[in-house]
Design a binder for this molecule. Structure first.
Ligand SMILES: Cc1ncc(COP(=O)(O)O)c(C=O)c1O
Length: 431
C-alpha cells in the first residue's frame, strides 16, 4: 500500500474522507445530484442570483465583449474596464473610499492579512474564523493569538496580555460560516480603537443576509467607516466568483503593492465580474429579495423547531444541526439524501471535533412548502437513526467546551489557529 493509499484509508476509517458529488444544472433550489433529483439545502447561493436570468445574460454578454479570461495579474495586463466599474460600484455600495477586487475570498484573506501583518506583529483571530483567515494568519509569520469564539471579554484579555510592540490586527468573520451567528463587531471596533489595532471583517456570509439592502453586518451595526478593511466575496449572495476589499484609498494602494495573492494571481474573468455587477444591480433594484431570504429562513427554522430541533426563531438562513460525531453526521446526511434532501455533513477540520453537523442554508428561491418538507425529512432521518433532534442544538454555546476554556482570567489563549486535517488525524490516532 502506498503512503497516499494508507492516508486515504485512514481518513475513510476516521469518518473524515470526502468526495466530490456531481450536480447537473445550476445551483437552484432543486438539482440533480449524482443523477438523483434532490432539494439543495447547503448552497451559499443565498439570494438565488447565481442562476438568475439577468446574471447569466450579463456574464454571457461579457464573454462576447471582453472574452473569458483576464489574461494576467491585475498589475500586469489584467485590470480591465469592467473590473474598475465593479470596484467603483462596490465602494459606493459599501460606503468606502476605495475597493480592490481579488480572485476569490480565500485569496483576499490570504493577501490582505499577509500585507497587514508579518514577523513581529500580532494577529488576534476568533477561534471559529474561516480557514482562509487561519491560513492567511499562518502564512503571515505574525504571532497568532486565538480568542474564544465571539468573546469580547477574552479578546480584551488577549489584547492586554499579548499586545506587543509590532502592528496589531484583529480579524473576524462577520457571520460565522458554519454557525450562522454574528461577531460582536461593536465591541471589536471599540477594543481595536482602544489598543491601536487594525480590524479586518470578512463579510462573506453577511453580504445579502444582513444590513440595509443586504449591505452586510458592518452596515447593520452602523459601523461603516469604522472598520479598517471589509472583505466581501462575490461567490455567495452575489452569485458569481471573485472577492472585494473595501478600505481607504491609502490602504488600497498599499494592497496593490504588497498583497501577494493579488500581485501573483490572474484577475477574475470578465464574465464573473459582469455577473456580479448584474447581481448587485438586482440587489439594489429589488431589495425585497433579502426579505424573501429572511422569510425562507424563518420558515425553515420554524419547521425544524416543530420537528423537535432546538432551533431559535431568527432570520439567519444558516442553520447548523450539530450532530456531534463525524459518522453520525454522515449517516444523517445519507438518510436525508435517500429521501431527497441534500444537506452536506460538515466535519473536522472545517468544524471542531465533536461538533460535526449538517449545515443547512435556506435560499430566497426555496418555497416555504419545500422547506417544511425538508425539515420533516430531517426530523425523520434523525429519528430513524436513533438520534434525538432535541440534542442537535444550533448555538455554538452548545459545543463541548475544552477544559482550558473554563476561565478567562486563568487560561492562556491558543497561540495558533488549531484546525487542520493532519492535526485531526493525530488527535484520533492518540485517542
Ligand atoms: C467566511 C469566509 N471567508 C472567505 C471564504 C472564501 O471565499 P471564496 O469562496 O470566495 O474563496 C469563505 C468561503 O466559504 C467564507 O466562508
Amino acid at each position: 500500500m502506498s503512503e497516499i493509499e494508507a492516508r486515504l484509508a485512514e481518513l475513510e476509517q476516521l469518518g473524515l474522507h470526502r468526495r466530490l458529488r456531481l450536480i447537473s444544472g445550476p445551483q437552484g433550489p432543486r438539482v440533480l445530484l449524482d443523477g438523483k433529483p434532490v432539494l439543495l439545502l447547503c448552497s451559499n447561493n443565498y439570494l438565488g442570483l447565481a442562476d438568475h436570468p439577468r446574471v447569466r445574460e450579463a456574464a454571457a454578454e461579457a464573454a462576447m465583449r471582453w472574452g473569458v479570461g483576464a489574461g494576467a495579474s491585475r498589475l500586469v495586463s489584467g485590470t480591465m474596464t469592467i473590473h474598475r466599474r465593479l470596484e467603483e460600484r462596490l465602494a459606493e455600495w459599501e460606503g468606502s473610499e476605495s475597493c480592490v477586487l481579488f480572485g476569490s475570498g480565500y485569496l483576499a484573506n490570504i493577501g490582505v492579512i499577509g500585507a497587514l501583518a508579518g514577523k513581529g506583529d500580532t494577529i488576534f483571530s476568533d477561534e471559529l474564523n474561516h480557514a482562509s483567515i487561519i491560513d492567511g494568519a499562518r502564512l503571515s509569520k505574525a504571532q497568532v493569538v486565538v480568542y474564544r469564539h465571539a468573546d469580547s471579554e477574552h479578546l480584551h484579555w488577549c489584547l492586554r496580555r499579548h499586545g506587543g510592540t509590532g502592528r496589531q490586527l484583529i480579524v473576524t468573520d462577520a457571520v460565522f460560516s458554519m454557525d450562522g451567528d454574528i461577531a460582536p463587531l461593536q465591541d471589536i471596533v471599540e477594543l481595536a480603537q482602544e489598543h491601536g489595532a487594525r480590524t479586518i471583517v470578512d463579510e462573506a456570509h453577511a453580504t445579502g443576509l444582513l444590513g440595509p439592502g443586504g449591505r452586510g453586518a458592518v452596515a447593520e451595526a452602523g459601523l461603516q467607516g469604522e472598520v479598517d478593511v471589509l472583505i466581501g466575496t462575490l461567490s455567495k449572495s452575489l452569485g458569481s466568483y471573485g472577492a472585494y476589499v473595501c478600505t481607504s484609498a491609502e490602504l488600497s494602494d498599499y494592497l496593490i503593492n504588497t498583497a501577494r495573492s493579488l500581485i501573483f494571481s490572474t484577475a477574475p474573468g470578465p464574465p464573473a465580474i459582469a455577473g456580479a455587477l448584474a447581481a448587485l444591480d438586482l440587489l439594489q433594484e429589488r431589495p425585497h429579495r433579502v426579505e424573501r431570504l429572511h422569510a425562507a429562513a424563518r420558515a425553515l427554522r420554524g419547521a425544524l423547531a416543530k420537528e423537535g430541533f432546538p432551533i431559535e426563531p431568527s432570520e439567519m438562513p444558516i442553520v447548523p444541526l450539530v450532530v456531534g460525531e463525524e459518522r453520525d453526521a454522515l449517516r444523517m446526511c445519507k438518510a436525508a439524501l435517500s429521501k431527497g434532501v441534500f444537506a452536506q455533513a460538515i466535519r473536522p477540520p472545517t468544524v471542531p471535533a465533536g461538533t460535526s453537523r449538517l449545515r443547512l442554508a435556506a435560499m430566497a428561491s426555496h418555497t416555504p412548502v419545500e422547506l417544511r418538507q425538508a425539515a420533516k425529512t430531517l426530523g425523520e432521518a434523525a429519528r430513524t437513526l436513533g438520534l434525538d433532534p432535541a440534542s442537535m442544538g444550533s448555538r455554538p454555546a452548545n459545543r463541548p467546551r475544552r477544559p482550558e476554556e473554563e476561565d478567562v482570567d486563568q487560561q492562556e489563549p491558543a497561540m495558533d489557529a488549531p484546525f487542520d486535517i493532519e492535526r485531526e488525524i493525530r488527535i484520533r490516532r492518540a485517542a
